[in-house]
Ligand binder design. Sequence first.
Ligand SMILES: Nc1ncnc2c1ncn2[C@@H]1O[C@H](COP(=O)(O)OP(=O)(O)OP(=O)(O)O)[C@@H](O)[C@H]1O
Length: 585
Amino acid sequence: MMEKYFKNFLFFYKAIGNRLFVALTLNVLVGILDGLGLAMFLPLLQMVSDNGGEIEGKSAVIEGMFSSMGLELNLFSVLLFMVSIFAVKGLIKFLSFSFQVIILQSFIRTVRIDMFDKFHVLNYKYFTQSDFGRLQNSVTAEVSRVGQACRSYLKTMEALVLVMTYLVLAFITNPQFSLLVTVVAGLTNFLYKFINRKTKGQSRILVKRNDFFQGMVLEYLNNFKYLKVSGKIQVFGERLTKGIKQVEETNKRIGILNGIALTIREPILIFVLSAVMLVQVEVLGGSLGLILLSIVFFYRALQVVLVMQNQYNVFLSVEGSLRNLEQIQREFDDHHQDTAGRTFTGLRSFIRLDGIRFGFGDRIVLNNIDLIIPENKTMAFVGPSGSGKTTLINLIAGLLSPDSGQILYDHKPIYEYDISSLQSRIGYITQEAVVFSDTLFNNISLWDKMTDENLSRYERVVQDAAMDEFVETDSAENQVSGLNLSGGQRQRVSIARELFKEPDILIMDEATSSLDSATEAVIQRRINEFSGKKTILIVAHRLSTVKKADIVVYLNAGNIEAQGTYEELMDTVPKFQKMVELQNL
Ligand SMILES: Nc1ncnc2c1ncn2[C@@H]1O[C@H](COP(=O)(O)OP(=O)(O)OP(=O)(O)O)[C@@H](O)[C@H]1O
């Protein structure tokens, strides 16, 4: 229990640092100034009542305070003091408020940036196996909710120190009365424990339901076209509606619980105050006069308790998001890609795969792969669908790490390199063409500067990728997006981008599968010019594209069954021969 309170405190303390204590101290100051201002009621009360014997004792302290400041205790000086105190209190409250805004902004900024920093180095295998709805929800909506958690937590803490300050003041004024009120009011906390537990439970359910809903939204957007053309958009729409209803149902429950917690506090406390006042005056024969100032403090405390209650409920309703964030941060840390500092400056001799094994979960995808890819040679991977070609390429490109075995770039294991320096030397074109909603120039240069040199490089690769047919002159500033280009056009944008990059190693995984034969031939001719100058890895089902490869590797069920030239494979591997015959080559 205490451990949990401490855990939350530690979480925010780690993110906010000692500024948290500054914020809290400012609040104690606000409370003390408020108390001091309110204490001026004592001399005022004394001025209006003649039988304030007990008040006199306490007000003597104030009188002493005034005389030490060289002031006389009269209506004017008391009121002047009160006005000044409240003015200073206003100023400090403003400081505290502004300080809180600053803390919060920096907290949310840090959490967001930190989240994406962790995301950038996330291992790709974990990414492909993740629930995308959860990932998306975590880096967007959940971070905002964690910001809300921080805000409400801070406000709760601040309210708590204020309540404490008022209670101390009430105790100083009238210990017996204050003790009675505190004990009775404390008993009502059991009720709140119950409500809080319920709220927390709902908050966790809410995160799960939001993850699920976000996942559905992603699928809806990604598959919009298919859902429409298949006439199933309404069916999917019903699932979405169900998701929305579930999220809102949970929100409603949390809202109602908050409402209960918020509204019952005041009537209960007023009841307690009245009951204790009756007992104190009627049974214990106390004086109403002195009770009054304690009541003012209690009432102040009550107002703050209400704020605290409100904020704590808000906190509980988003606490699920906080736990989710901690969990996902832990997962991100556990699944980050290991990468070392050696800068890759280009391939000098070969890439070597030694006894590579790789699986997704229990499914073994690659089984003991040994392979040497000599520098500046073209190697093609062929084999049935699902045989592991793309997975093998992804391992070579450093997207995936083998379960066992080693990948060496020029005698050094791949993990000894700074992976981004290696990947910046790899051109990777896949069947899923990547197009960003931006200008054509930015799409191809990936936001490089628009210098004369880059522009002429851009124009060259536009031609090399056979884009001239859909790209007019002065096209660099044209806006494109995945939606306003045809499949083949998107693929050519992807090819142009990798040519612009001028990589050492060019990987083409079904890179020309969406193109007509004529366009493919143009690009193929351009790629052929690289042969002997770059290391090229090709995955292709259309076997005509691999005829010119130096080495063809035949993969089957995660094993290399044969490798050699196209002709050698035709002679020695009947399965390959059959594949070629089926394509009428
Ligand atoms: N993210 C993943 N999670 C689980 N299994 C996966 C994942 N990606 C691929 N696989 C499995 O790994 C195996 C090899 O897939 P891979 O994409 O490497 O085959 P491929 O030879 O390139 O196939 P194709 O010619 O159809 O593109 C397949 O059985 C596939 O189901």
